[in-house]
Design a protein around this ligand. Structure first.
Ligand SMILES: [Zn+2]
Length: 161
């Protein structure tokens, strides 16, 4: 949390857990519809600049049958399914690998909410990893090009508060 606040010079509030919005559950797919969860999160979050929800349920979107995360630029809201980030953990400190993956997902979501497009640099946090292997390979930082775009965006973004 401290790392995240520092990266974005932001104030971060950790909200209490909330129940799953049952209408978002699709029994045929046995997954939750990410877009509905995002709308629900934005509704309950109230007057904050960005919303990032973490969930242990599996998600699907209009683009794919299974997604790790989904971000909406217009409402600056996102949801991340943390369960899949626990797959294939390795090393002497597997929890650290998990937290790094989660951190990268959160940073990428925030980047998307600020209007950053996907990046082609596989070491940049905005690189859209197609596997956990790629997520582990990339860094949690923005490449110089994305960093410039981010600064321009931050300057042009009017936050709610
Ligand atoms: Zn980049």
């Amino acid at each position: 949390m401290g790392q995240l606040a520092e990266a974005f010079l932001a104030q971060i509030e950790l909200a209490k857990p909330i129940p799953y919005p049952l209408p978002a559950f699709n029994p045929a797919k046995k997954r939750f519809f990410a877009h509905l969860i995002i709308d629900y999160l934005r509704e309950v979050a109230g007057n904050v600049d960005f919303v990032v929800g973490l969930t242990d349920v599996e998600l699907y979107s209009v683009h794919a049958n299974s997604v790790i995360s989904e971000t909406h630029f217009q409402t600056r809201s996102a949801v991340i399914s943390v369960g899949r980030l626990r797959d294939f953990l390795f090393g002497e400190r597997p929890e650290e690998v998990f937290y790094q993956r989660l951190y990268k997902e959160i940073i990428r979501s925030l980047g998307q909410m600020l209007g950053l497009p996907p990046c082609r640099n596989p070491h940049c946090v905005m690189y859209p990893s197609y596997s956990l292997y790629e997520t582990d390979l990339k860094s949690s930082n923005f490449c110089p090009e994305c960093e410039i775009k981010l600064r321009l965006r931050l300057g042009a973004t009017s936050l709610l508060r």
